[in-house]
Write a protein that binds this ligand. Structure first.
Ligand SMILES: Cc1cc2nc3c(=O)[nH]c(=O)nc-3n(C[C@H](O)[C@H](O)[C@H](O)COP(=O)(O)O)c2cc1C
Length: 190
């Protein structure tokens, strides 16, 4: 993707591998609603082998290295995740672990972040949202505090083509993105 000097490249990590995932549809809506100052790129996590510390630092799988390089090249990270058993899906936790190592070389460190949880349920993935925030505190990711984003009733927000059609959710996400632009600018390091 071509970006100008003002554009901030943001890694979007989607916590579901399901083809019709609500979280992926929401990530695509974020791309559509995003202001020009952000370039949102979905960085895929489905092909990452499970983290095994025996392989670091001498023999990391190529998929780990590619993932780490892609996240490292961004100026922020935006997580869009479902909730599994009141926490984050294992596939997302694996990606976080892969990105966090080798020790001292975490790709997450200092990247301004935001967390959006998505669920068909009424609680909007609150448990996953806050479990993820717990990891991000340790990983030194400054996470946007407001607005909090617990997107509930996700099965009613999209049309058959996967487009986000719910007006209030579109407005909410646009506001969140505006705040995130500011957050990235204020928390940029280096
Ligand atoms: C293993 C598993 C655990 C789940 N646990 C929760 C849960 O704790 N809270 C919740 O709101 N939904 C839960 N669900 C339902 C998901 O919210 C639902 O399947 C949703 O569509 C998954 O997100 P996606 O559409 O982005 O793939 C769970 C689903 C699975 C497969």
């Amino acid at each position: 993707m071509t970006t100008n000097a003002e554009t901030k490249k943001i890694a979007v990590i989607v916590g579901s591998l399901r083809k019709q995932a609500f979280s992926r549809k929401l990530a695509l809506a974020l791309q559509e609603l995003s202001p020009k100052s952000l370039a949102l790129e979905i960085v895929e996590i489905g092909e990452l082998p499970l983290y095994n510390q025996d392989l670091d630092p001498d023999a990391p799988p190529a998929a780990w290295t590619t993932f780490r390089d892609r996240v490292r090249a961004t100026q922020g990270v935006l997580f869009v995740t479902p909730e599994y058993n009141r926490s984050v899906p294992g596939v997302l936790k694996n990606a976080i672990d892969v990105g966090s190592r080798p020790y001292g070389k975490s790709v997450w460190s200092g990247k301004p972040g935001a967390v959006i949880s998505v669920s068909p349920g009424a609680l909007g993935g609150f448990g996953a949202n806050h479990h993820l925030r717990q990891s991000l505190v340790f990983l030194d990711v400054p996470v946007l505090q407001q607005p909090e984003a617990y997107i509930g009733g996700a099965d009613k927000l999209f049309d058959e083509s996967g487009k986000l059609t719910n007006t209030s959710t579109r407005e909410f996400l646009s506001k969140l993105l505006e705040r995130y632009v500011d957050w990235v600018a204020r928390n940029a390091r280096g």
